[in-house]
Ligand binder design. Structure first.
Ligand code: ATR
Length: 287
């Protein structure tokens, strides 16, 4: 049995164990995947992670509020993938075997990747929405927004606008990412206040945390999109209702959740999973 965990605070709501159990069933790999609560401090998180890998654990996912802590932990140990570096956050960890072979200790070999943004891109592509050349608007400038920008640009989008309640955070994000990656150019990204975002976009993506708050975004009348995506999932999302009422195709972020999990599973096991089969099977279980 290969052991995996997802670390968070809170963690009881996490659907990752069921999702990975489906991948395991699909690929015939024998796994155990457990939810792991952790106190909200970096020392506890690092101690927990080290104990897990010392105990023979193969891979870990991390969720709120530990993605940045996990980034710092891996940066100081086994290293970071390009996506994790640019995102400034880690959601998937395993041991860097090359370092272990070179004599590194288990603690020194803890490596971090980020599959969130690629999970989003894969889901959008599986919906048949045209990403190549698309005019994309991204609302939000926090951790969730940061994590999807490099994968969107790598998917060949035409141009990107970032809108946020606090405009300076959108501007800072564009500059920071441009400094962190050769393929991101701050001059090619427009930024504005959410209420001032106007024009015709192909795809608009909500990466704010507003879906959880019951508030709504101040969207302009002159803002249109053919496709609207909310990275939140589960409940009725006002952002999607707004664009659906104006004729857009819409999707919540459930497919992104499965997509990022699939990429984690593939990194850990090198086995490819069928996301469509997993989505259908999990839907039948009302997950
Ligand atoms: P996450 O990791 O989910 O991205 P975050 O880093 O706290 O969380 O970022 C939250 C994002 O949602 C930010 O873009 C935030 O806007 P500000 O940068 O102006 O704070 C946005 N957000 C949260 N609550 C919001 C609200 N009530 N109205 C508009 N935007 C909101």
């Amino acid at each position: 049995t290969q052991h995996f965990i997802v670390i968070g605070n809170p963690i009881a709501h996490s659907k990752s164990p069921e999702i990975h159990a489906q991948f395991a069933a699909q690929t015939g790999i024998d796994i155990s995947y457990q939810r792991q609560y952790c106190p909200d401090d970096a020392a506890s998180f690092t101690a927990l992670l080290e104990a897990f890998f010392h105990g023979g654990g193969v891979g870990a996912n991390v969720t709120v509020p530990f993605k940045q802590v996990a980034y710092a932990c891996c940066a100081a140990r086994g290293g970071l993938s390009e996506h994790a570096k640019v995102a400034g956050a880690v959601n998937t960890l395993w041991l860097n075997t090359a370092l272990l072979k070179n004599g590194a200790s288990i603690s020194e070999a803890i490596y971090g990747d980020n599959t969130d943004g690629q999970g989003l891109v894969n889901h959008i592509l599986s919906l048949g929405w045209p990403l190549a050349g698309a005019r994309v608007a991204l609302i939000g400038a926090g951790g969730a927004a940061r994590g999807v920008i490099l994968p969107l640009i790598q998917a060949g989008i035409g141009d990107l606008s970032i809108a946020n309640r606090t405009v300076s955070k959108a501007e800072d994000l564009a500059c920071e990412l441009s400094a962190a990656s050769d393929v991101i150019d701050a001059h090619a990204i427009s930024t504005c206040a959410t209420s001032e975002l106007t024009g015709a976009f192909d795809i608009i993506i909500n990466a704010t945390s507003i879906g959880l708050s019951g508030e709504t975004l101040p969207l302009a009348d002159m803002l249109t999109a053919h496709y609207a995506y909310d990275m939140m999932y589960g409940r009725t999302l006002p952002f999607l209702q707004h664009f659906a009422a104006r004729g857009a195709q819409t999707s919540d972020g459930y497919g992104m959740l499965i997509g990022q999990a699939a990429l984690s599973f593939e990194r850990w096991t090198t086995q490819k999973v069928d996301v469509a089969i997993a989505t259908a099977a999990l839907h039948d279980k009302a997950l």
